[in-house]
Write a protein that binds this ligand. Structure first.
Ligand code: N01
Length: 548
């Protein structure tokens, strides 16, 4: 591991003084970790970043599957902390593809000279709070150690892949891939019989491209998903220039919304609209494409009837696109819309009209085993040369719990969260002083536009650290009472939504044995920002600050 950067003379001096090696360790070098490093460095802190991949990018480093693309508009899915950066960078399409986002993050790493403090191909195995020294001791899988006053987990929400746990996988003689850990080399499907397991966002993006190349594609579907046409295309130069001239206002406005996005939510409940008005609203959003369909009615995610109107509209669209009525029926979800993440697609439904594509319903006939030459589901054998597992992630808690984190008194985070995550604001955890989580469980994160939500967290956390240092009480910890009150509020607002009713990764239903709890904060980005700001205005209410 390349820890030589942490062994320079200044740090050696700190070591001999009994001080921690560095002020802060950041785990992860995606959108969150890169900005955290830049921000803390700007405050004069010594910082070291550990990153599992061989390059920066996080999500966009790992998810290289065919068709991988962001569902947020490129002009929104970018940092706002540097106006120079947002003015000089040029996006090319409405939704940025994985290679373009990765280039953007590589540019950011170079532009702000971030790489010199990042240790690549270095996986953090353990983070243990040393009560006596008042610091975190970080150990990596390859046996290196580093101590730091602050430990910031910038590990992302969807970075721990849901590993295929099917019997017989080790006997499979073909090739297999997980969309969330895709090889860097081009994968060819030409002339092959390919199976895709899963029909979430990753599958919906990759299926049309795999189908165009494979000899035959079989899609194994457990539950269908709602997907809206992306309507991707090159950015219009004049519109883009207007955005660049108005970035500040557009970004400010987004922070006053529930999702942190630029699209306009309809402020009217479905029942307050006429049938024609509802139809017009749904059709307009369908034609415009994109995640603005979430904003079709004010009560889409809170009222079953409103939701039912939208889902019937989508099922109608599926029936007009898919020629075989039986296939159309199988592709039509009947659950609530939006309590599983809505997907965006390019030609997804049309793909099922192709003669080389078949859909297999495994809702009642799960995959029994992977065989030497394919897989068996519902007692039937499917011969396959390649299997693509698009089976998602151990979301939000997985990236944190795969590190053995032990707080004050040796308390393990895995034990504390055995029945589900508990945090204060999704940034701090009682019993784990000086540990922060960027977009952690119970923060709005995955229900909002990810980059602005990450920036808000990075800024809040770094300001909190600055405050603790300025008042010479560097040990900062969420109190039990504050965490309890936050969790009560979190659970209360979640209970008012439709989220608990769906088997989604938002509630951990996709990972066998995972405690079922609504993990992201459903109260909205604007409300969340107000709450975070109020905590600061009240002198970091809910935190105890001590000399440590
Ligand atoms: O994962 P998913 P994903 N046997 O969990 C099925 C973000 N994202 O990687 O629905 C058979 O959504 C599972 O079935 P079911 C986005 O937030 C963003 O697609 O649980 N099938 C489901 O169909 C997204 O929501 C972007 O019944 C199994 C699928 O696999 C999140 O990442 C692009 C199974 C998993 O779908 C995750 O998306 C891609 C099993 N044992 C992803 N286990 C963009 O911004 C699971 N499944 C563009």
């Amino acid at each position: 591991m390349g820890t030589s950067a942490t062994r320079d003379t200044a740090e050696n001096r700190r070591r001999t003084n009994g001080a921690p090696d560095v002020d802060a360790v950041v785990v992860g070098a995606g959108f969150a970790g890169l900005y955290m490093l830049h921000r803390l460095r700007g405050m004069g802190l010594s910082v070291q970043v550990f990153e599992r991949g061989s390059g920066v990018g996080g999500t966009w480093y790992w998810n290289r599957y065919p068709g991988a693309r962001c569902d947020s508009d490129s002009v929104e899915y970018s940092y706002q902390f540097s106006d120079e950066l947002q003015q000089e960078w040029r996006w090319t399409e409405r939704y940025p593809g994985q290679p373009e986002i990765l280039r953007y993050l590589e540019h950011v790493a170079d532009r702000f000279d971030l790489r010199r403090d990042i240790h690549f191909e270095t996986t953090v195995a353990e983070a243990v709070f040393d009560e006596a020294a008042g610091c975190w001791r970080i150990a990596t899988e390859d046996g290196a150690n580093l101590s730091a006053t602050y430990c910031i987990m910038a590990t992302g929400c969807l970075s721990a892949v849901n590993r295929p746990a099917f019997d017989g996988l080790d006997r499979f003689e073909g090739a297999w891939y997980h969309t969330g850990a895709w090889p860097h080399e081009t994968v060819s499907f030409a002339g092959q019989r390919v199976g895709v397991v899963g029909t979430g966002s990753s599958a919906i993006q990759s299926i049309p491209l795999i189908a165009a190349e494979a000899q035959h594609l079989t899609v194994f579907q457990r539950q269908p998903n709602y997907t809206i046409p992306a309507r991707n295309g090159p950015l219009d130069e004049a519109e883009y220039a207007a955005v660049r001239a108005n970035y500040g206002e557009l970004r400010r406005r987004a922070k006053r919304t529930a999702t942190g996005s630029w699209w306009h939510p309809n402020p009217t409940a479905a029942a307050e609209m006429s049938a024609e008005e509802r139809e017009g609203e749904m059709e307009a959003r369908w034609q415009r494409g994109g995640l603005s369909f979430y904003g079709v009615f004010d009560d889409l995610l809170a009222n079953g009837e409103a939701n039912g109107i939208a889902t019937e509209f989508i099922r109608g669209k599926i029936r007009t696109q898919v020629r075989d009525p039986e296939v159309a029926d199988l592709l039509s979800p009947h659950s609530y819309m939006g309590c599983k993440r809505i997907c965006l697609d390019t030609d997804y439904y049309e793909t099922f009209n192709r003669p080389n594509v078949s859909l297999v319903d495994i809702s009642d006939a799960p995959i029994e085993e992977i065989t030497r030459t394919g897989l068996r589901a519902g007692g039937k054998e499917y011969e396959l040369d390649t299997i693509v597992f698009a089976i998602g992630f151990d979301a939000m808690t997985g990236p944190l719990l795969r590190v053995d984190i032990r707080g004050a008194g040796g308390r393990s985070l895995r034990e504390k969260w055995a029945d589900g995550p508990r945090t204060y604001l999704g940034v701090a955890i009682e019993g784990f002083p000086n540990l922060f989580t960027v977009t952690g469980p119970t923060s709005p994160s995955v229900l909002t536009s990810m980059v602005p939500t990450i920036e808000q967290h990075v800024e809040w956390i770094s300001d909190c650290i600055a405050h603790a240092r300025a008042c010479d009480r560097p040990r900062i910890e969420a109190t039990r009472a504050a965490e309890d009150a936050w969790m009560e509020h979190h659970e209360e607002v979640a209970a008012e939504t439709l989220f608990p009713s769906c088997n989604s990764w938002y509630v951990g239903a996709n990972v066998p044995g995972k405690p079922r709890t609504v993990t992201p904060y459903t109260g909205g980005f604007a409300t969340y920002i107000e709450k975070c700001d109020a905590v600061v205005a009240n002198g970091y209410e809910g935190f105890s600050l001590t000399t440590g």
